[in-house]
Design a protein around this ligand. Sequence first.
Ligand SMILES: Nc1ncnc2c1ncn2[C@@H]1O[C@H](COP(=O)(O)OP(=O)(O)O)[C@@H](O)[C@H]1O
Ligand SMILES: [Mg+2]
Length: 339
Amino acid sequence: MPATDLTDLAEGSEAERAADALANVARDAHEDDLAGIPAAGSDTPLAQAVAADTRKRISLTGRDLPRPASTRVLTVANQKGGVGKTTTTVNVAAALAQAGATVLVIDLDPQGNASTALGIPHHAEVPSIYDVLVDGDPLSTVVQASPDIHGLWCAPATIDLAGAEIELVSLVARETRLGKAVRAYVAELTERGEALDYVFIDCPPSLGLLTVNAFVAASEVFIPIQCEYYALEGLSQLLKNIELIRDHLNPTLHVSTILLTMYDGRTRLSAQVADEVRSHFPDQTLKATVPRSVRISEAPSHGETVMTYDPNSSGALSYLEAASEIAAQNAAEKNEERS
Ligand SMILES: Nc1ncnc2c1ncn2[C@@H]1O[C@H](COP(=O)(O)OP(=O)(O)O)[C@@H](O)[C@H]1O
Ligand SMILES: [Mg+2]
């Protein structure tokens, strides 16, 4: 290749130079914007909240997040109902997919709330996770693509799943059926040259066979904790169960992630619950907390996650922040392996 071509390549084309110049302007603007935003501690609580949101928006949105070296399977569990399991599952999954990951949500709650929130049809005739668990159908025959977000997939739950808890009792390998299906699905995708980065399993609020299947299928447990008075009640029971599963069925299972949800920064109670959780689980508890937000609770009725319903709302931004911390765990794990 003649030298002139090399020089041309090194300097880049006119168009590339223009693009670089624009990128520099954009980057400087980001830094200027960040510098201009008041730090927490100044002004009124409202001004602080707005400033914090703006910081998150500028520093997090539109970024690609690091992807894991191999598929991470996380079971989102807490036997209390209404603590934000489903909300956390769908929004963290959506945020990771928006940041370039391939993500599968397995709806393991007969209520089918995760399917609804992701806009995935799940009426009685739809092939669902029931067919996988009870009939042994491959996951690939029930998985549907999200209508809104590229790279996001869902294995829906239909009302049939309500019977599965009892039907599973008499089946062989009743605790390991989901795990087997997930492993086969990951292998099937790998064979096709496709990577699956994350699987999130949304559990029902009980510790029956469905949840046991989820604990056997995953290596990580992701616990959302609602910042309320009774939040920590039942947590020790959950931890005991995780230990039992680890001893008997799945030695790799561990609590990797805890997220404080419905956090109200104005109340002493939220702060107390958060302190207590952080003191027991300093490494697992994410820095991000999810505030109570009307936009978060409205999104499912539109068949959407808050990540598309109102991406600039404080709820969406905190889920994005949580997702970026979860993705950062990938890099941390890689470093640990290396050292
Ligand atoms: N951060 C939040 N702000 C406001 N409402 C929320 C928030 N998180 C969850 N909710 C609402 O609380 C209810 C229970 O949440 P959900 O995720 O379904 O809990 P779970 O799956 O643990 O039963 C739902 O109506 C949901 O929309
Ligand atoms: Mg739920």
